[in-house]
Design a protein around this ligand. Structure first.
Ligand code: CMC
Length: 431
């Protein structure tokens, strides 16, 4: 008998086994608690609930550690590239040269979307939110690619993963070109993943286009930093939808919608809007921070705080350094960066933020990098989604290949009305 915890409930004791991870994280397995005691656990927002065991990503929020498949994010952000890191996340190991070549060839082979999908794109109004288009178009993709299950067939799954990764980039660029009233660019077979995306976003038909290698590198690194983050809101959504045995496309489309929210991936847009408003209004930072601290104002310091990181977000550190380097190399002086740094300093010295362990998160400086690259603000969360896709794919596959996986179905404690008798409508009207 392994280690266990004892729960005393209404005078009865229950032994609950422990599950210990490879980094000595301890979970109390309550899967048999209701059957044994009739009680469930309640954990609003799931702050203390492990929904699964997983071998993909490890976070130590107290120490600011993030690892993909055992490799520290700092190492991958320095030495790897987005496609190699994606392969690592999805298939569990860094690829050999021939494995990477095979994966890259699949990405190139599947980079075009079906021509008929352009009609779907044309149907969206010009001001449609790009995250709505992205989610809808991933579902449309699922209508054109119907061989979508087989998570346990390696070759088929690799094709499926490569197709989705390749096409999400074509769809994202096409949705931007549509919103900007510009012709869609076809992908190019001679360009690597990130350079190809920049070409589809920014080149003009019949004009030569070469992205600055500094920009390609910065965006590639940004994608690596977003590639997975264990059981966050969108990933949990992907896993939950996948647990019902929905297809990869359906699950990822749902994940895109979750990511869209301003408390999650949408924060990168909200940060820029906050900084712009501060610059335009001339409001003092002290006044702004005071309004953030006033709960009645419902104002948050966007890009600050994290459910898991209570010391620092390692991604934010890397992004801040990358941001400084990129702006320096491109010779850009961005007033938003100055404002962000001043605001960060005011917040980090304020007892409200100190006491609550609130630090800049991944979204605080990422928008400034994207502005420097030329990505329009309404596409920021789409960039997050492109980066997060390999993580979603890996997590979906983990659910679908786990023989003990069951449909996710939380319980609740009912707090509504009881034992009411039905009154016919005529009597309700006359009451
Ligand atoms: N500004 C002001 N107060 C904050 C902030 C913030 N950004 N974040 C947390 N707090 C306060 C919160 O009001 C609470 O105060 P109190 O104890 O007095 O009630 C305390 O800090 C603890 O916060 P919480 O709301 O319990 O934290 P949470 O784990 O539920 O929420 C969060 C995490 C990321 C949603 C939240 O920090 C937040 O809303 N941040 C701003 C949005 C943001 O930047 N989101 C991106 C997250 S990182 C990337 C991603 O996941 O997509």
């Amino acid at each position: 008998m392994g280690e266990s915890a004892t729960l005393t409930l209404r005078g009865e004791s229950y032994e609950l086994p422990l599950v210990v991870g490879t980094k000595d994280e301890v979970g109390i397995d309550i899967s048999r608690l209701r059957a044994a005691s009739g009680a469930i656990t309640l954990d609003s927002g799931y702050g203390n609930t492990g929904a699964c065991t997983s071998s993909i990503t490890y976070i130590d929020g107290e120490k600011g550690v993030l690892e993909y498949r055992g490799y520290p994010i700092e190492v991958l952000a320095t030495h790897s590239n987005f496609i190699e890191t994606s392969y690592l996340l999805i298939f569990g190991e860094l690829p050999t040269t021939s494995q990477l070549t095979e994966f890259r060839q699949l990405l190139t082979k599947h980079q075009f979307i079906h021509e008929d999908m352009r009609h779907h794109l044309e149907g969206f109004p010009p001001n449609a939110p790009p995250m709505a288009i992205l989610s809808a178009m991933i579902n449309v993709l699922g209508c054109f690619e119907t061989d979508l299950s087989a998570a346990d067939d390696d070759a088929h799954f690799m094709k499926q993963a490569a197709r989705l990764m390749s096409k999400i980039r074509t769809i994202a660029a096409a949705s931007y070109r549509k919103s900007a009233g510009r012709a869609m660019n076809y992908p190019r077979a001679d360009l690597r993943y990130t350079a190809n995306f920049l070409h589809m976003m920014f080149s003009n038909p019949f004009e030569p286009f070469d992205s600055d290698p500094v920009i390609i590198d910065a965006l590639d690194r940004l994608f690596i930093l977003h590639a997975d983050h264990e059981q966050n809101c969108s990933t949990s959504t992907v896993r939950m939808v996948g647990s019902a045995q929905a297809s990869l496309h359906a699950s990822v489309a749902a994940g895109v919608c979750a990511l869209w929210g301003p408390l999650h991936g949408g924060a990168n847009v909200a940060v820029i809007e906050m900084l712009r408003q501060l610059i335009d209004s001339g409001q003092s930072l002290e006044d702004f921070v005071a309004s953030v601290k006033n709960k009645d104002s419902k104002t948050k310091l966007m890009g600050f705080g994290h459910r898991v990181y209570k010391n620092f977000d390692p991604r934010a550190r890397i992004i801040k350094e990358a941001c400084d380097r990129l702006l320096d190399k491109l010779g850009i002086s961005d007033p938003m960066l100055d404002m962000a740094m001043r605001l960060e300093e005011v917040a980090l010295n304020d007892s409200y933020f100190i006491e609550r362990n609130l630090y800049p998160n991944v979204d605080y400086y990422s928008g400034i990098i994207m502005r420097a690259i030329g990505i329009p603000t309404n596409m920021f969360t789409v960039m997050f989604a492109i980066g997060r896709l390999p993580g979603w794919i890996a997590q979906w596959r983990e659910v679908r290949t786990n023989p003990t996986s069951r449909i996710d179905r939380p319980r609740q404690i009912y707090t509504g009305a009881v034992d009411r008798s039905y009154t016919p409508i005529a009597k309700r009207d006359s009451a």
